[in-house]
Design a binder for this molecule. Structure first.
Ligand SMILES: NC(=O)c1ccc[n+]([C@@H]2O[C@H](COP(=O)([O-])OP(=O)(O)OC[C@H]3O[C@@H](n4cnc5c(N)ncnc54)[C@H](OP(=O)(O)O)[C@@H]3O)[C@@H](O)[C@H]2O)c1
Length: 350
């Protein structure tokens, strides 16, 4: 692309913000021109404002960049939002009203009827809601969201199975990494040798967001998918990578081998369009008896693939499996960047 599209990051100093900065460095289509965060950070250099917690060093060219306030006067077309949810709602609306395309990680607008809750491999057609959003809200920008970090991995496995065999009911138990709570997150003394069986609002997100994503766009509304999900969400002492144990009741009978075949063959529009962040295989099926594991499998497909293993019969429902995905890449910054790539490929960023 000769002229890269200018993009900014809101919440650039946070855990997700830093991941945006890392993934956008050297992006073939996007050029990161603006960094914004709270009053605590604005006016400072990026190096001074952020406690850098990535394996790759802080990009040299951004060290001295001034962090700006989250006001819609930034020199860019797209803003990626990694804002704390206490402020994301209003700030993102102010940007959309001013004509920016906002691609958000925050929960605030995910379930709004006119906002796409997008996984490009699963529901790219939901981007048509942007027209509805602009008509209803009278703005020229748009807000597009990516799902909760556990929802994304879950739905990448669930949606192909739902299409092939129909999912009636699902029980999901998550084991979610510490980085999912942002930085500094939980204290070490709370987590060491421990599991916390509560993540505020998370059970509800994992139970409801998949129904919107797997729903059908009918005119100006999404008809939610009809399956039922029960979720137990837990925080575990793992750095990155959310793992989920899933039991499924299906409409049509299927063997573990049938399910494995459907998942392994799954490919979609981002792969067809060869979007820069799209993994070659959205779902990687492993038949090793003790995988996936966060430490070994979270970076599959550059952190953009969901890894599914332990597909077997369930004595209570029909099928059970384990799915793992990288929570700050496929579950957050990487997902939002893929959303923007799809929007760009569809001419929505012009
Ligand atoms: N971590 C994950 O795996 C993950 C996954 C999916 C979605 N999310 C969502 O992504 C968002 C960010 O999460 P995180 O883990 O990156 O959190 P975080 O590390 O706490 O970072 C929060 C960011 O929001 C900024 N901020 C806070 N208050 C602000 C205000 N009043 N005005 C402007 N900026 C403000 C902070 O700036 P300062 O540094 O200046 O305070 C910081 O840049 C959350 O909504 C979270 O739910 C996180």
């Amino acid at each position: 692309m000769p002229n890269k599209i200018k993009v900014g990051v809101l919440g650039a100093t946070g855990a997700v913000g830093q991941k945006f900065v890392t993934l956008l460095e050297d992006h073939p289509w996007f050029e990161l021109t603006e960094l914004a965060a709270s009053d605590r950070s604005s006016g400072k250099s990026y190096k001074e404002a952020t406690v850098w917690r990535q394996y790759r060093p802080i990009p040299e060219r951004l060290k001295a960049t001034k962090v700006k306030p989250c006001e819609p006067t930034l020199d860019c077309r797209v803003v990626f939002s990694g804002l704390d949810s206490s402020v994301a709602g209003e700030v993102e609306e102010s940007f959309a009203r001013a004509g920016y395309l906002v691609v958000s990680n925050s929960k605030n607008h995910r379930m709004d009827a006119d906002v796409p809750l997008l996984i490009p491999e699963i529901n790219p057609e939901h981007l048509d809601l942007i027209k509805v959003q602009r008509k209803r809200r009278g703005w020229t920008g748009a807000i597009v969201t990516n799902p909760n970090c556990s929802t994304i991995g879950l739905v990448m496995a669930l949606a192909p199975i739902h299409r092939a065999f129909g999912v009636k009911r699902a029980i999901v138990v998550t084991m979610q990494a510490l980085s999912g709570a942002g930085y500094p997150g939980h204290s070490a003394i709370d987590m060491l040798g421990n599991v916390i069986p509560f993540i505020g609002g998370e059970d509800d997100k994992v139970e409801t967001e998949p129904l919107k994503i797997m729903g059908t766009l009918d005119g100006e509304e999404i008809r939610f998918a009809g399956c039922q999900i029960s979720a137990h969400t837990n925080r575990v002492f793992v750095e990155d990578g959310h793992m989920e144990c899933v039991s499924l009741e299906l409409e049509k009978k299927a063997t573990p081998a049938d399910v494995a075949t459907v998942l392994a063959r799954f490919s979609s529009l981002p792969q067809e369009l060869r979007l820069p962040s799209a993994p070659e295989r959205p779902v990687i099926v492993t038949d090793e008896r003790d995988r996936p594991q966060p430490r070994f499998d979270r970076d599959a497909g550059n952190g953009m693939s969901a890894v599914v293993g332990r597909i077997r019969e369930c004595p209570v429902f029909d099928i059970r499996l384990v799915v793992l995905s990288h929570n700050t890449i496929r579950g957050a910054a990487g997902a939002a960047i893929l959303n923007a790539e799809l929007m760009s490929a569809q001419g929505l960023l012009e």
